[in-house]
Design a binder for this molecule. Structure first.
Ligand SMILES: CC(=O)SCCNC(=O)CCNC(=O)[C@H](O)C(C)(C)COP(=O)(O)OP(=O)(O)OC[C@H]1O[C@@H](n2cnc3c(N)ncnc32)[C@H](O)[C@@H]1OP(=O)(O)O
Ligand SMILES: O=C([O-])CC(=O)C(=O)O
Length: 377
């Protein structure tokens, strides 16, 4: 009898965590005990990042000190900006982000993991990430690169660095999106970072690993693919026929549906849906929202019985679009949000239970083979 493997590492636990709790049956998700939608409604990205990195919500002094440190780190070295700019204009936005982090890792020789260094480096990475993602947008749009200025909040500084301005409701929505996507226990991207950190490599390399894994359409790239479905459908009247022809008949997957952990609606949807509705200002945005709502109902009707429900990426793209971002930026926005969570996980892992992550594979190839010289093959 063959030994058991766990394809996709399903149900394999590789760490303890005090960070994110997910109840996939009842659709509950909390950061250090706080409901994620309540945090998205009442808190800010910097407060929740502090919570994840340092264990509790900050008071005013702690928050201001943290925010000042983070936002004072938005200056990117010239070689990073010029590396980003040197990539072909049509480069994938996430590839630009991963290249920028990889370039920053060139400064890290023999990184020493300890509380002091980890704290300092995390705050630097959060500031640099803002600048990297904002400048990715600017480079792709053919705009000059900038050193972002510190405005009221992380979200506001980011939107201003991209667009030169922002309104209050959009800042609030950006903040909520950054919080909702901040962490999700250990999905593929965070696991990739953990594997790298478990070798005691540096934080920048760990973040680079995570970003490369985030890119795929089964994970972070799904918001973009979900939105493309809405664009392809064009009008709400086409939803039924599109669904039949593109999903049911070819037995294809509906993007923005299904999840490794949830067997019900992804709890983060609640806030994303609210913003998708309140920010839909143009006819085009309202049309896309109507398409999404109709498609979601069909998806639930057809797949809900199998425990396949809407995931957060189904609606987040609508919000990103309403904030003014082009499709190609969606995965990078997810990546920007996720940095704090990844940092918190790798620090938690290295500080509390460091062990090299090295699973096994069960060999099922041929037995001992006799070598054949090339002329005789
Ligand atoms: C933020 C995020 O990363 S959320 C995830 C975003 N990704 C997507 O939306 C892409 C579409 N979804 C999927 O491909 C999957 O649901 C994943 C990759 C997210 C999770 O996949 P897994 O846990 O590995 O589930 P798996 O691939 O084994 O599928 C189990 C069953 O559900 C079906 N299924 C899973 N997702 C979908 C879907 N979106 N549409 C239709 N059927 C689906 C599979 O066909 C399979 O059916 P079967 O048992 O009859 O063969
Ligand atoms: O948990 C997962 O596998 C994917 C996900 O929803 C996330 O990373 O936010």
């Amino acid at each position: 009898m063959s030994e058991a493997i766990s394809p996709g590492l399903e149900n394999v636990n590789i760490k303890y965590t005090e960070l994110t709790y997910i109840d996939g049956i009842n659709g509950i998700m909390r950061y250090r005990g706080y409901d994620v939608n309540e945090l998205a409604a009442r808190s800010s990205f910097e407060e929740v990042s502090y919570l994840m990195l340092f264990g509790k919500l900050p008071n005013y002094d702690q928050l201001n000190e943290f925010k000042n440190h983070v936002l004072s780190n938005m200056v990117l070295p010239d070689y990073v900006l010029s590396t980003m700019k040197s990539l072909p204009k049509k480069s994938d936005a996430l590839a630009i982000m991963q290249t920028a982090f990889s370039a920053l890792s060139s400064n890290e020789n023999n990184y020493q993991w300890n509380k002091e260094n980890d704290k300092k480096t995390s705050m630097a990475i959060l500031g640099q990430a803002l600048s990297i993602v904002a400048n990715t947008y600017r480079i792709k749009e053919g705009l000059d690169t900038v050193t972002p200025e510190a405005h009221g909040s992380y979200a506001e500084s980011f939107l201003n660095a991209c667009f030169g301005e922002s309104d209050k409701e959009k800042v609030r929505a950006m903040d909520a999106a950054l919080i909702l996507y901040m962490d999700h226990e250990i999905p593929a991207s965070t696991t990739a970072a953990l594997v790298t950190a478990s070798t005691l490599s540096d934080m920048y390399s760990s973040i680079t690993s995570a970003i490369t894994a985030l890119r795929g359409p089964l994970h972070g790239g799904a918001a973009e693919s979900a939105f493309k479905q809405f664009l392809e459908i064009k009008t709400p009247d086409n939803v039924d026929s599109w669904f039949q022809k593109n999903i049911i008949e070819p037995r294809k997957r509906l993007v923005g549906f299904g999840h490794r952990v949830y067997r019900t609606f992804d709890p983060r949807l609640k806030t994303f849906k609210e913003y998708a509705r309140s920010l839909a200002r143009t006819q085009e945005q309202k049309n896309l929202l109507e398409i999404a709502t109709k498609l979601e109902n069909l998806g639930v009707k057809n797949f809900g019985g199998k425990g396949i429900y809407t995931n957060t990426d189904f609606y987040s793209g609508l919000v990103f679009n309403e904030l003014g971002f082009p499709l190609y930026m969606f995965t990078s926005l997810f990546g920007l949000s996720r940095i704090s969570g990844i940092l918190a996980h790798i620090i938690e892992y290295v500080e509390t239970q460091e062990r090299l992550i090295r699973p096994r594979a069960i060999y099922n190839g041929p037995g001992s083979m006799e070598y054949i010289e090339i002329e005789k093959r």
